[in-house]
Write a protein that binds this ligand. Structure first.
Ligand SMILES: CC(C)(COP(=O)(O)OP(=O)(O)OC[C@H]1O[C@@H](n2cnc3c(N)ncnc32)[C@H](O)[C@@H]1OP(=O)(O)O)[C@@H](O)C(=O)NCCC(=O)NCCS
Length: 183
């Protein structure tokens, strides 16, 4: 049964619902992820080359990753799953954004949040975030690793109670910073 967030319908001119994806959506989710990577992450000044971003993005929309994503989505449909996936769908069923979370070795992690560019700023990211926050145990911290220059995402996470932990590292060429709730 589809869940409809009336709050989102009030804030936004776009009609969308926040629902669970199916494994058949794995490929389109990979494409949205890859498209956002190619847009957001190239940063020549910091040595994050377009070529490297394109290589990572291509892997993310590739067959192997799609198979893994499809398996995770299927798993996430079980109530005791350690994986969480939700998508925002238009009435014509087009997916315009998604969120992915997991509980790994006891750590609650926001593992991906992507809205198609033209649909940003309409509260869709917030609605997906709210759905994930409800799934997590609020008594325990939630972490997210974000590119250290992705200021829009960092601000968005800060608004949702995430603070920089001081833990930084490189994911290959990409400088990353860890944020967490309940610091
Ligand atoms: C970061 C991201 C997920 C946020 O999603 P979003 O749907 O644009 O976020 P929201 O609309 O819920 O909120 C974002 C802003 O829009 C504002 N907003 C919400 N509803 C709005 C509306 N109807 N009209 C205008 N603005 C609105 C929010 O107040 C918020 O403002 P602020 O953060 O500038 O103060 C999105 O920008 C994105 O996909 N970025 C590219 C990928 C990325 O960087 N992902 C994070 C990887 S770690």
């Amino acid at each position: 049964m589809e869940e409809c967030y009336n709050e989102a319908m009030k804030k936004s001119k776009i009609a969308y619902t926040i629902v669970a994806p199916s494994s058949a959506d794995a490929q389109i989710l990979g494409e949205i992820n890859a498209e956002n990577w190619r847009e957001v992450y190239p940063n020549e000044a910091l040595g994050v080359t377009k070529e490297w971003v394109d290589r990572v993005a291509t892997l993310r929309e590739g067959a192997e990753k799609n198979k893994q994503r499809a398996e995770q989505i299927t798993d996430s449909l079980h109530p005791d799953s350690l994986h969480f996936w939700k998508v925002a769908r238009l009435p014509n069923r087009q997916i315009i954004g998604f969120i992915q979370g997991r509980k790994k070795d006891g750590v609650q992690e926001l593992h991906g949040l992507h809205i198609i560019r033209q649909y940003r700023g309409n509260g869709i990211g917030q609605d997906l975030m709210d759905a994930l926050l409800k799934w997590f145990d609020p008594a325990k911290p939630i972490i997210v690793d974000v590119a250290s220059f992705n200021n829009k995402a960092i601000q968005f996470y800060a608004k949702n109670g995430f603070k920089p932990t001081g833990h930084t590292y490189h994911y290959e060429l990409l400088p990353m910073t860890r944020m967490s709730t309940r610091m």
